[in-house]
Each structure stands twice: as structure tokens, then as C-alpha cells.
Design a binder for this molecule. Structure first.
Ligand SMILES: Nc1ncnc2c1ncn2[C@@H]1O[C@H](COP(=O)(O)OP(=O)(O)O)[C@@H](O)[C@H]1O
Ligand SMILES: [Mg+2]
Length: 249
């Protein structure tokens, strides 16, 4: 059995009378992409906010590796190895691609290393930024001004900035949103590369991409999990077809 990196256990989030996330459990394994799908309003973004610490759950718990991280703040969770990209981006548009990734790498300099010489410190930051740029396929765009890059490149940059913090787990909420066909293909290839040593929780509407990428799927409707399993199991699930896949596919 492969290693569970991130685990949600009976997570519930209520907004007033509405249970936006209702008793959701899932396990994300190393080297796997776990997709969460469902119609608008199903609770997918709320679930990612519960996992990242951006929202506290009403009940239930979250484990990252062997730690219970329920109630931790996003900064502390991120330091523990969970990287997320936000739909609202935190790219500094007037800065270059390289500068953005370097700043992200710097934000994550471990305190334990701060006694090192300035030169060693800078080298560690630069190395981390370099690796993130390379992994995300932006080597040729390092000196481009972020605000002048394409929509697809900005999404790649967000992922590079997340990678610069050296996470084990990536939470990605609709990384393909707004992309053209060629950009989407590039992003799918990038996610497949990242899967070789990360666990990825992927919220995505593009069903072709989801079924290309996912090792496991969790299907949510009205805050609840209506099915979870392999892509083949989800395709064959009559309840899923009726509730979600049926209309569009
Ligand atoms: N901060 C909030 N306050 C109140 N209701 C919210 C809040 N965030 C989300 N919701 C509601 O929770 C439900 C799930 O939303 P969301 O998680 O964004 O769904 P999805 O990402 O699947 O489209 C929706 O009915 C939405 O209106
Ligand atoms: Mg959403």
C-alpha cells in the first residue's frame, strides 16, 4: 500500500444552515493525482480551503503525513509540506518570472539555516528557485515580466512559486481554468511530471484532463461524496452519470 500524504476524516463545514462540505473523507497518496469533481457549488473549493487551513472545519480532522493539522494556520501547514495555488493569484505582475519564483523560495528559508553565511543562504534560495523553474517548464521565460506572459504561463508560474516552497503535497483548484487547448495540454504534461514525486489533489472541471490525470476520483454533490474510486469505477457509476457526467458527456 502506498503512503498516505494527506487525509481528510469526516470533514464538515457549515455556513449558517448550509453544510457546504458534509462528512467528507478522502486519502491522497504519494505519487498519485486525486481529483475532486462535482458541479458548481458542490463544495470543492471549500474542501480545499479546509485542507489548506484557510478555513477551520466545523467538525472532522485533517492529517498531513503522521501529524494532525486540524486548526493549524495556512502558514504553518505550508511549512509542513502542503503547497497550494490560489485561484486568485499572488503573482507580482511587474516582476520577472525569476524574481517571483525567487521571492517564493526565499519566503520558505528554514529558520534553522539562517545562521549560515549570506552567500550560502543565497545559493540555497537560488537553487530552490532554479529547480522550481525547471520542473514547471519555464526555463525560457525566466526574464519575462510576469504581467506580460500568457494566461497559461501565469498558471505555470503559480505552480513554480508553490514548488519553490518544496511541498510534498500540492492542492490545485482549477489549474486549467481559462486555458486554450495547447496551454491545457502543457499543464496536463506538467502535472504528470509533478506526480512522479508529489501527491496532488486536483479540483478541475475539464473532464478530459481529469480522466487523463487522475489515479483516484472523489465526486461531490451538495457537499457530500456521492462516489469515490478509480476513473473506470467512476465512469461506470450510474449515480455519478445521473448527477454529474450525464448532462455533458
Ligand atoms: N464563505 C462562504 N460563506 C457562505 N457560503 C459559502 C462560502 N463559501 C462557499 N459558500 C457556499 O458553499 C457552497 C459550496 O461552495 P464552493 O465550495 O465554492 O463550491 P465549488 O467549489 O464546488 O463550486 C456554495 O453553496 C457556496 O455558495
Ligand atoms: Mg470552486
Amino acid at each position: 500500500m502506498s503512503e498516505v500524504l494527506l487525509s481528510a476524516q469526516h470533514l464538515t463545514k457549515r455556513f449558517g444552515g448550509l453544510a457546504a462540505v458534509n462528512d467528507v473523507s478522502l486519502d491522497l497518496h504519494r505519487k498519485q493525482i486525486h481529483a475532486v469533481i462535482g458541479p458548481n457549488g458542490a463544495g470543492k473549493s471549500t474542501l480545499t480551503n479546509l485542507l489548506s487551513g484557510d478555513l477551520p472545519p466545523s467538525s472532522g480532522s485533517v492529517r498531513l503525513g503522521d501529524r494532525d493539522i486540524t486548526g493549524w494556520n495556512p502558514e504553518k501547514i505550508s511549512r509542513q509540506g502542503l503547497g497550494r495555488s490560489y485561484q486568485k493569484t499572488n503573482i507580482f505582475l511587474p516582476f520577472t518570472v525569476w524574481e517571483n519564483v525567487r521571492l517564493a523560495a526565499q519566503s520558505r528559508q528554514p529558520h534553522a539555516l539562517q545562521w549560515l553565511s549570506r552567500a550560502t543562504h543565497l545559493r540555497a534560495v537560488n537553487d530552490r528557485a532554479e529547480r522550481a523553474i525547471e520542473l514547471s517548464g519555464l526555463e525560457n521565460r525566466k526574464q519575462a515580466i510576469a504581467g506580460a506572459t500568457s494566461h497559461g504561463e501565469q498558471r505555470q508560474l503559480e505552480i513554480a512559486m508553490t514548488l519553490a516552497t518544496e511541498p510534498q503535497v500540492l492542492l490545485l483548484d482549477e489549474p486549467l481554468a481559462g486555458m486554450g487547448v495547447a496551454e491545457a495540454e502543457r499543464m496536463v504534461a506538467l502535472l504528470l511530471r509533478l506526480k512522479t514525486d508529489h501527491g496532488i489533489l486536483l479540483v478541475e472541471h475539464d473532464m478530459d484532463a481529469v480522466f487523463t490525470l487522475a489515479d483516484r476520483l472523489t465526486v461531490m454533490v451538495n457537499g457530500q461524496v456521492i462516489a469515490s474510486g478509480t476513473p473506470a469505477e467512476i465512469r461506470a457509476d450510474a449515480g455519478v452519470q445521473a448527477a454529474y457526467l450525464g448532462e455533458e458527456h
